[in-house]
Design a protein around this ligand. Structure first.
Ligand SMILES: CC(C)(COP(=O)(O)OP(=O)(O)OC[C@H]1O[C@@H](n2cnc3c(N)ncnc32)[C@H](O)[C@@H]1OP(=O)(O)O)[C@@H](O)C(=O)NCCC(=O)NCCS
Length: 206
């Protein structure tokens, strides 16, 4: 039987999400995107604009937009309307059996999530990143490609941990933090903002 998925967004992130969806058995994919000028993407039809979503309300949905604020807005809107927002995990990701993962979160190829970790909704656990044991990752956060989060780390909502960044163990990072590419966080970050470098220091208020 055909397995149908509506993907919101037709950008680079949606490409990776499409590949995971196919590997998870979806064979009937359609896109809704307000900016797309093409009628076909990754071999599947662009069905219309985001406002057309109600036509497909009985299907599985995922918001595949990298921008966290837009992803969050649409995710909440669709959840409130009762749409079935799915979680997608690439078959090559290693996720421990007691890990909990919220709706709309996508776990990319080669990611590792270790035991007793809780990942919120609408997150991106990107390619080859790792989140070790007993972590809590807040809603709509993005653990970028190759970032590593050690054990017992708590990251608030809407955080963006940049590519190749490292967070040492037993650390709390408040909501709305952006950790720059390659940064190393060695102390808890108690104020929101942008942090870069080794050790990570704040350069900007968010
Ligand atoms: C931290 C970051 C958000 C800053 O972006 P920005 O506000 O546009 O800042 P700028 O690019 O203007 O850089 C400001 C200064 O900080 C330096 N800088 C920027 N990012 C840095 C980083 N990650 N580490 C060290 N220095 C950095 C710049 O070289 C520049 O220094 P200068 O003033 O001496 O020239 C951005 O550089 C970054 O790291 N983004 C993460 C991207 C990412 O992880 N993508 C992954 C997608 S999967």
């Amino acid at each position: 039987m055909s397995k149908k998925l509506i993907i919101i967004g037709c950008g680079g992130h949606a490409k990776a999400v499409t590949d995971i969806a196919i590997k998870c058995g979806y064979d009937n994919i359609g896109y809704l995107d307000d900016a797309s000028s093409v009628d076909n993407f990754m071999g599947f039809p662009v069905l219309g604009k985001i406002n057309d979503a109600s036509k497909y309300s009985s299907e599985d949905f995922v918001v595949a937009i990298g921008d966290a604020k837009i992803r969050q807005k649409l995710h909440i809107e669709f959840s409130q309307k009762g749409f079935n927002i799915v979680t997608l995990i690439h078959p090559s990701a290693v996720v421990a059996s007691d890990v909990t993962i919220g709706d709309g979160t996508v776990v990319m190829a080669g990611a590792v999530v270790n035991p007793s970790t809780k990942i919120g909704k609408g997150c991106i656990i990107n390619t080859c990143s790792s989140v070790d044991h007993d972590c809590v990752i807040g809603d709509f956060s993005h653990i970028s490609v190759g970032a590593h989060i050690a054990g017992t780390v708590k990251i608030g909502n809407n955080a963006w941990i940049g590519i190749g960044a490292t967070v040492s163990n037993n650390i709390d990072i408040v909501a709305d933090c952006l950790i720059g590419a390659g940064a190393v966080v060695v102390k808890s970050l108690l104020e929101s903002g942008t942090y870069i470098g080794i050790p990570a220091k704040k350069i900007k208020q968010s």
